[in-house]
Design a protein around this ligand. Structure first.
Ligand code: EPU
Length: 302
């Protein structure tokens, strides 16, 4: 979707929005997959309602992209513009046991920032790539930690009302890789409440998680983390592995040799390659185990 030539572009610029024309989203995602569109970088939270109204008036479809680490984006010319949220530097501050963090801030950066201020609990999240906003939306988790456990307040743009609102943690449901946020809610900032813990102790926990992750996950390859959610009581990675599918390919999309629930871009994989591989593996698991695996990766395709 190209808007840089439209009159709307000038109005957006007045609101401090940066417009980048014809950006390849393959450069913005950890899978290295994604077509081309115009990108808008918002610089101020308070302009978001106005920017959203302008886009709605002009009927310009849009999507917010966070860290790009859990998303599979379609190939070719994309039918929506992509929006990025602002973050101040470092985008986080601590007051007592509370941490206030911008949604666009880096998740791992937040864990270490808090650790240095003797606030722990989130050690398991250290190697999870992506932004704080993406982690909130999906209730990201690893090694027994889920971000939702620490959320006290979320400031968000609610598309349903067109306003910026603050929602209390108790009013949000955080389940396994799922939350009760509306699909078009946009996370802006979060307040977390974290347990006090000496930095040294947190660091030791972080080291353990890093080692476990390095031993079992393909960290140096292009992936979106786990492709499927684990079915209740089961492990998608173990099932795919038992089917002998490590190294199995569709074009340049490949089941990782290291962890079978990680699908990697082993060269110039397209979204179509990745979707063929996902469907193929899902079908084999269904036939062998009678289990219908659900995507964990978020698919951006019209
Ligand atoms: N396993 C295999 N073969 C494989 C992969 C795993 O046999 O190729 C076995 C392991 O030996 C283990 C079991 O399956 O007995 C579970 O594996 P693992 O401990 O790696 O955990 P997982 O369930 O596959 C989950 C999360 C990861 C998270 C890890 C660590 C999901 C879908 N995945 O993986 O999250 O990092 O636990 O807590 O919930 C992600 O969300 O993208 C992600 C990577």
């Amino acid at each position: 979707m190209r808007i840089s030539e439209k009159p709307l572009a000038a109005r957006l610029k007045e609101l401090g929005v940066e417009l980048h024309a014809g950006v390849s989203l393959s450069e913005k995602t950890s899978l290295g997959i994604g077509g081309t569109t115009d990108e808008l970088v918002l610089r101020r939270f308070d302009t978001i309602p106005e920017v959203m109204r302008l886009l709605a008036d002009e009927k310009i479809p849009h999507r917010f992209l966070g860290g790009g680490t859990n998303v599979l984006i379609d190939d070719g010319e994309l039918p929506w513009v992509v929006l990025h949220l602002p973050t101040s530097q470092p985008g986080m501050r601590v007051e007592g046991n509370a941490a206030y963090v911008d949604a666009a801030a880096d998740l791992g950066g937040m864990v270490t920032f808090c650790a240095k201020r003797d606030l722990g609990g989130m050690e398991g999240l250290i190697g999870v790539p992506g932004s704080v906003g993406g982690a909130l939306r999906m209730n990201a988790g690893a090694y027994g930690t889920q971000i939702g456990s620490y959320v006290r307040e979320v400031e968000l743009y609610r598309a349903a009302t067109g306003e910026i609102e603050t929602v209390r943690g108790n009013d949000i449901r955080f389940d396994y890789r799922h939350t009760s946020f509306a699909p078009d809610d946009v996370m802006l900032r979060v307040k977390l409440e974290l347990p006090s813990k000496p930095f040294k102790e947190i660091l030791a926990g972080i080291k353990v998680c890093n080692e476990k992750r390095r031993a079992s996950q393909p960290l140096n390859q292009k992936s979106a983390g786990c492709i499927f959610k684990n079915p209740p009581g089961g492990s998608a990675g173990r099932m795919i592995d038992e089917l002998g599918l490590k190294g199995h390919r569709a074009g340049d999309a490949m089941v990782s040799d290291r962890h079978a629930n990680f699908f990697i871009n082993a060269g110039k994989a397209s979204c179509a390659d990745m979707l063929r591989l996902i469907d193929d593996v899902r079908e084999r698991v269904r036939v062998r185990y009678g289990v219908e695996l659900e995507n964990e990766v978020i698919l951006w395709k019209n």
